[in-house]
Ligand binder design. Structure first.
Ligand code: NAP
Length: 218
């Protein structure tokens, strides 16, 4: 198994150690996405460790705090480069390494189906592109038995949200209240949906957008 990271090698090594402790064989790959040639560089690094793969999870992504009126071209371009262009070319260049019957799982956001955080307009647009990618790619790869799906999280307690989500009890309560289940999502809530799609149980699901928001507004 390959664990990809951009800048946080320590976190990747922690994940590697967890997988190894559970009996898995795993390696870490550090490649920055959002730069020209990023996908080719990642696969070149991958090929040093393995010959092919069963499952590709396009999870890496960035957000922005810049609103509609504030965001400039450079940040807009970087958002699209990391969130939309990188998964496109990672998949295009990786598809011959993916075994028949394999999986592509793209991590999007509930915000592509609900305009409840309009301040995140540019970010949501990048994920909208990813959603369109999922549907079309499922048709292109279906003949090989490869399923392609999107998992769409709501608010999850991860590093990207740490600054505001954990800043006050009010922020935490407001985020929890967005979910019908009344709590903030955890990484495991999302990982379990990804694991379902990756497993044999998910074999008859393709081209879908799976809501993993805990019932946030739609
Ligand atoms: N958290 C939420 O509330 C939420 C909600 C909806 C959707 N999502 C989506 O869920 C996915 C995971 O996000 P997260 O919440 O886990 O955020 P996170 O804690 O900030 O993690 C982002 C991940 O993407 C990698 N990454 C970011 N920019 C990269 C780059 N330029 N090159 C290579 N890798 C890069 C990071 O690697 P390094 O740390 O090594 O740089 C990290 O593994 C993202 O696609 C995000 O849009 C999150």
């Amino acid at each position: 198994m390959g664990v990809h990271y951009g800048s946080n090698r320590a976190a990747a090594e922690e994940t590697v150690a967890t997988i190894e402790a559970a009996g898995g064989t795993v390696f870490a790959l550090g490649v920055e996405l959002g730069l020209p040639g990023d996908a080719g560089a990642l696969w070149a690094a991958f090929d040093q460790h393995a010959e092919g793969l069963d499952i590709l999870v396009n999870n890496a992504g960035i957000g922005t705090s810049k609103s509609f009126s504030e965001i400039g071209e450079a940040e807009y371009d970087r958002l699209f480069a990391v969130n939309a262009k990188a998964p496109f070319f990672l998949t295009q260049l990786g598809v011959d390494r993916l075994r028949d019957g394999g999986r592509v799982i793209n991590v999007s956001t509930g915000l592509t189906h609900a305009a409840v955080m309009p301040e995140l307009i540019a970010y949501s647009m990048t994920k909208g592109a990813l959603d369109v990618f999922t549907g079309n790619l499922s048709k292109l790869l279906g003949a090989r038995g490869i399923t392609v799906n999107t998992v769409a999280p709501g608010i999850v307690d991860t590093d990207v949200n740490a600054d505001w989500l954990r800043a006050s009890d009010e922020a935490w309560a407001g985020a929890a209240a967005m979910s019908a289940l009344g709590r903030v999502g955890t990484p495991a809530d999302i990982a379990d949906v990804v694991a379902f799609l990756a497993s044999d149980n998910g074999r008859w699901v393709t081209g879908q957008w799976l809501d993993a928001t805990g019932g946030s507004p739609a």
